[in-house]
Design a protein around this ligand. Structure first.
Ligand code: GTP
Ligand code: MG
Length: 182
C-alpha cells in the first residue's frame, strides 16, 4: 500500500531517507497528483483539483517496495501570484540541484505537447544530469492527431515515454511496472 509521508517547503524539512526516490514534475494541472493516486490505487492519497496550482509543497509518498515518490508543485500557472510562483520554482530548483532521484517523470499534456516552458525546464533538468522519462497525460481527452503531433517532438523520439489516462488500467499498470523496477 502506498502512503503519504510528509510535505516539505524547503531543504530544512525534506524527507531524509536511504531508499530510492523518483519524482513527478510538469506544468500545473497536467495531472501529476492524479497519476500518483492512480498508481497508488487510492484516489484520495494526493490532493487533486480542477483549479491549477493545487500542489504548492513537495509531497513525499512511499510505496510497498519502500520507494519514495515525490509530487512536486506544478509550474507555469499564470493565475498564481508572481511571488508564490517564484517561491514554488525556488522549491523545485533547490530540490533538483541537491537531490538525484533515480528518475524524473516529466508529465506532458498529450493534447498540447511540449510547450516552450516545458522545453526550458527539460533543458534545465538535462543540464543538471537528471534521468528523464516522459508521460503523456490525459490521452482519453486527446485526439489521435494531437497525440501524433506531440510524438513528433525530438525529446519524445529520444527518451522513453509512457501514455497515461487515469482510468485506463493497462496504461497505468505499464507505468506502475516501470516504477516497480526501482
Ligand atoms: N480526463 C482526464 N482528466 C485527468 C487525467 N489526469 C488528471 N486529470 C484531471 O486534471 C485536473 C488536474 O489534475 P491534478 O492531478 O490536480 O494536476 P497536477 O499536475 O497535480 O496539478 P498541480 O498540483 O496544480 O500542479 C483534475 O481535474 C484531474 O481530474 C486523465 O488522465 N484524464
Ligand atoms: Mg498536484
Amino acid at each position: 500500500m502506498w502512503k503519504f509521508i510528509k510535505s516539505s517547503s524547503d531543504k530544512s524539512n525534506w524527507l531524509i531517507h536511504d531508499n530510492k526516490e523518483i519524482c513527478f514534475i510538469g506544468r500545473s494541472n497536467v495531472g501529476k497528483s492524479s497519476l500518483i493516486n492512480a498508481l497508488a490505487r487510492n484516489s484520495k492519497l494526493a490532493k487533486v483539483s480542477k483549479m491549477p496550482g493545487r500542489t504548492q509543497l513537495i509531497n513525499y509518498f512511499q510505496n510497498e517496495n519502500d520507494l519514495i515518490i515525490v509530487d512536486l508543485p506544478g509550474y507555469g500557472y499564470a493565475n498564481i501570484s508572481y511571488s508564490i510562483q517564484e517561491k514554488m520554482f525556488n522549491m523545485i530548483d533547490e530540490y533538483f540541484r541537491i537531490n538525484k532521484p533515480s528518475n524524473v517523470f516529466f508529465l506532458i499534456d498529450s493534447r498540447h505537447g511540449i510547450t516552450p516552458k516545458d522545453a526550458e525546464i527539460i533543458e534545465y533538468l538535462l543540464n543538471l544530469n537528471h534521468n528523464l522519462i516522459f508521460i503523456l497525460t490525459k490521452v482519453d481527452k486527446a485526439k489521435q492527431k494531437e497525440i501524433a503531433k506531440t510524438l513528433k517532438n525530438d525529446y519524445l523520439k529520444n527518451f522513453k515515454y509512457f501514455k497515461s489516462s487515469i482510468d485506463n488500467e493497462k496504461l497505468i499498470n505499464a507505468i506502475r511496472d516501470e516504477i516497480n523496477k526501482y
